[in-house]
Ligand binder design. Sequence first.
Ligand SMILES: C[S@@+](CC[C@H](N)C(=O)[O-])C[C@H]1O[C@@H](n2cnc3c(N)ncnc32)[C@H](O)[C@@H]1O
Length: 388
Amino acid sequence: MTASGERMVGDLARAIDESDFAWSLVLVGEDQRDKLAALTSDLRGKLSTTGDGKQITSGYAYWGIGPTIAWAHACTDPFYLVMKQSLDSFTRRWGRVRGKLGDGFHYVSFGVGTGHKDGLIVEHLLERNPDMVYLPVDMSSEMLRLGTQESTHRVRLPGHRVVPVQVDFAIPQNLTELRGLVHRLVGDEPVLYSLLGNTLANFDDDAELLANLTALARPQDRFLLEVASTDAVSDELAQEAVEEYSRSRAYREFVTSALLHNTDLTINTDAVRFRGAVEGDRALRVKVIYQNQTGGDIQMMLPDRTRVPFPDGDTIRLYLTRKYLRKAQEEMVRAAGMRKVTATHSDFSAPRSAQGFGMDLLLLAPGEEPTPPVGQGKRTRADEIWEN
Ligand SMILES: C[S@@+](CC[C@H](N)C(=O)[O-])C[C@H]1O[C@@H](n2cnc3c(N)ncnc32)[C@H](O)[C@@H]1O
């Protein structure tokens, strides 16, 4: 960079840091017209009564100011148990894993949300690295603004070391660019990456997403993953999971908010349906769908002003989520090329919540589990007997 370019960047950083006005710099990585076109195309899917045609994929559910506000509102609803418990218990769970982290980390957060959890993480990391750089990454610029204000308002982190990045992290090319950006900013210093709030569960190909995100981690980096968990899988438990989501009105308003803002449908929150299923021997899956149950065929206007038929009984998948089988998590982590450094589990203590549902926070590092020295392999039943 030329001297005048460097001066300009320095002046801009000073102008932001010294102003009382709430400036936020955002790096926009994608043309938002392309995103709108992709959303429009997803809403043209085939007729399906089971949520397998038209859809709103993860990221678009939170995209824009309407869904951002609806999400923030849902997070405070005591009936939206997964999120409530995730937020309420995060301080304790983070307190248990952070000791294993060491000092000098920078922070890249995939999916900032309301920023409450990032606030706790930033506070801890900044105490141990006064020069830390914080990169919240999100598809929604409004979520970035909201979340970053929450995550940084209690700490003295100069504005120019907060670098919000607006990109869709489900696109591998975006991750390649992000990797280049992060490494240019921090050099060889370690980075903590995070994917919190069970965001992983929202993606059709969650295993691929986890592998793509964790591939950014170098040997000195760490990855913090938070997922909703279950001790067992069965059709009954899938129904319990469905009930947990369907109780919250604010959650229904959130999942329909992308439809409200991107189509001309008159939204009826009672037309939101929840379908639970067992996903192999790895998870309980809940599909949240919007069904035309007016008894007649409707025309739905899309963001490009075209109209598509939304026949009676047809559905739009609004959201996908899961609860991961706890004993399958090890394999999921291993398949992503990572190993568990430490983990905490917290059970749902809420009434009417199924036994065995909870949240797990896993601190991961790249590479395989170190092979134990000869003679210190896996503990066998015989070892246990000899110890007693
Ligand atoms: C379930 S919320 C979790 C928020 C926060 N991490 C927490 O635990 O409270 C998911 C967040 O990820 C963002 N997000 C979802 N899919 C995304 C994608 N494909 N690319 C970028 N951001 C995405 C959403 O905008 C939202 O902020």
